[in-house]
Design a protein around this ligand. Structure first.
Ligand code: CA
Ligand code: CA
Length: 110
């Protein structure tokens, strides 16, 4: 594949959209905003975000010393597991509340 993303003197990593000759700085990858015309900067992010969720919460402890649980919203956001079904919308798409039927036992946030 022809590499169309030329990195100028300043070393800012870039990625290339799958089609076309668009280049974006890596900060624009998986930032929830489609930047590539073919959306290829956003269409592979679910897996990446799932890993990020785990990394985000790795080694974090609640005040009682138990590992913190994460919950991943349908849109890929990571929130504290205890914020699921707490009656407050935490995911921008409300997926932390939309699947609740009132019988879930979610440990309260510390
Ligand atoms: Ca983007
Ligand atoms: Ca919530």
């Amino acid at each position: 594949m022809l590499l169309l993303c030329h990195v100028p003197k300043v070393q800012v990593p870039h990625f290339q959209c799958r089609t076309g000759n668009e280049c974006w700085m890596v900060f624009y990858e998986c930032d929830y905003v489609p930047d590539c015309r073919d959306n290829s900067d956003e269409d592979h992010c679910e897996e990446k975000r799932a890993v990020d969720c785990e990394l985000d919460f790795q080694d974090k402890m609640a005040s009682d010393g138990k590992p913190l649980q994460s919950f991943q919203c349908d849109n890929g956001m990571c929130i504290l597991g205890c914020r699921q079904c707490d009656g407050v919308m935490d995911c921008a798409d409300n997926s932390d509340e939309s699947g609740c039927n009132g019988t879930e036992v979610i440990p309260p946030c510390q």
